[in-house]
Design a protein around this ligand. Structure first.
Ligand SMILES: Nc1ncnc2c1ncn2[C@@H]1O[C@H](COP(=O)(O)OP(=O)(O)OP(=O)(O)O)[C@@H](O)[C@H]1O
Length: 423
């Protein structure tokens, strides 16, 4: 079974100017050097060539991919299809091979995270989630036509973290009436995260629906999206106030040398809530303050986890050869000896629901792709710089993806794992 280490893939996407940015006479401060490098200009130092050399005037960043979606009329505009062809197809391929996979969008509020993940209802503008589902069902159909020895099962679930509570967006009994689903006084259930030695992280009592076609999946997704917490903010009139995680679980059953085998892979599609700097010039109500502070708190803990993982990946990769590094990860994961030289740094996954839920995707056994969404405008310089620095740190994280293959013994409808010899 292939096990190897793989860095988190990180892309950056620059969205078009918003009306607010156009009205504020902002300038474009992001320039693509090529499809992996971009320059971010400091608007305060622009044009001042005498006092500052170029290192002060702009910072250069390198990522796995940079996408410019600044102007739809530009022939090089990075469309939804282009993002899917790169990031989406890559992740889908690994997911179908049996790897746990994850795509997450990170960035300041209003920079295009929901647009990238979900898109608009217009079919030209479908985001990664519907496009991945569309292609998944196409692949299943193709495989069904090619072979009768493989069986597939697809399950979907959808949850959000709102004000540090975990909610099931597919809990259609707790219907959202007058936004009561998301009201902090509502009786909407808060779910619990559990950890299983084989299954990894999972959410207890989360609804999971089996699906066999795109239309049904899209209907569930649309209903789940209606339940998602959104509100108007000073920056964005339909801002997501929660982190949303749509999970597809894919079970492939086959018989190998007369032994029934199941490969179970999970794809987490994550639309994070956007960070927003509180301003002294603006008035916030109590609800906005609470939402903003919870969003920022969980994004800070995500930042901490990413920094620690990036630092330990760097430390050990610098000193160890590739095979030693694999050994280190192996030992760090299994060692109970606190003096073990390979023991990994403590990673505070449990500091927030978000980092706990994403534990397997960050520094775990998943193939993960992060898309950092940014604005092109000079008025967002500080937020954009923070996002790019965050993304640069995430690029250093090394995961250890593996195919989740389980040999099963079927007893009627029950599925059990074969007993270990002597067990
Ligand atoms: N690449 C793009 N091309 C065209 N329009 C875009 C693009 N990215 C974002 N937009 C538009 O920008 C606006 C904000 O985008 P979106 O809602 O996706 O931001 P967000 O990052 O999810 O915000 P929040 O964090 O507040 O939820 C939307 O009107 C969206 O249609």
């Amino acid at each position: 079974m292939p096990i190897f280490s793989s860095n988190i893939q990180v892309s950056v996407r620059v969205r078009p100017f918003s009306n607010r940015e156009q009205c504020s006479n902002s300038r474009v401060i992001v320039e693509l050097v090529d499809n992996t490098q971009l320059n971010l200009y400091n608007p305060k130092l622009e044009g001042n060539q005498t006092l500052h050399d170029h290192r002060d005037r702009y910072k250069q960043f390198t990522f796995d991919h940079c996408y410019l979606s600044l102007n739809r009329l530009d022939p090089n505009y990075a469309s939804q299809q282009i993002i899917f062809n790169d990031a989406g197809m890559d992740v889908l391929k690994s997911f179908l091979e049996g790897y746990n996979t994850c795509i997450l969008c990170y960035g300041q509020t209003g920079t295009g995270k929901t647009f990238t993940m979900m898109g608009n209802s217009n079919s030209e503008e479908m985001g990664l989630t519907p496009k991945i589902c569309e292609n998944l069902f196409k692949r299943i159909e193709e495989s069904n036509n090619e072979s009768s020895t493989l069986c597939f099962k697809t399950l979907i679930s959808y949850m959000e973290i709102y004000n540090e509570k975990l909610r099931d967006l597919f809990d259609f009994d707790t219907q959202k009436t007058n936004n009561s689903f998301n009201n902090s006084n509502s009786s909407g259930k808060s779910l619990k995260i559990r950890e299983h030695p084989n299954k990894g992280i999972y959410v207890q009592n989360l609804n999971q629906f089996p699906v066999t076609d795109l239309n049904t999946t899209m209907r569930y997704l649309a209903k789940g999206n209606q339940n998602r917490s959104t509100a108007s903010t000073h920056v964005h009139d339909k801002s997501s106030r929660s982190h949303a995680i749509f999970t597809i679980t894919f079970i492939q059953a086959k018989v190998d040398n007369e032994i029934p085998i199941e490969i179970i892979s999970k794809l987490n599609l994550v639309d994070l809530a956007g960070s927003e700097r509180a301003s002294n010039d603006l008035i916030y109500n109590k609800k906005q303050l609470k939402e903003g502070s919870n969003i920022n708190k969980s994004l800070v803990s995500l930042g901490n986890v990413i920094s620690i993982l990036a630092e330990s990946s760097r430390k050990y990769q610098n000193g160890l050869s590739h095979s030693d590094f694999n050994l280190y990860k192996e030992n760090a994961a299994t060692s109970s000896n606190s003096n073990n030289e390979y023991k990994s740094s403590f990673v505070p996954y449990r500091d927030s629901l978000l980092t706990y839920l994403l534990k397997d995707s960050l520094g775990g056994n998943s193939k993960t792709h992060m898309i950092a969404n940014i604005s092109p405008a000079s008025c967002c310089y500080h937020e954009t710089l923070n996002t790019l620095l965050f993304a640069q740190r995430a690029k250093k994280i090394v995961n250890k993806p593996k195919i989740n293959e389980v040999k099963v013994v079927r007893l009627g409808n029950q599925i059990t794992q074969p007993k270990k010899p002597g067990g």
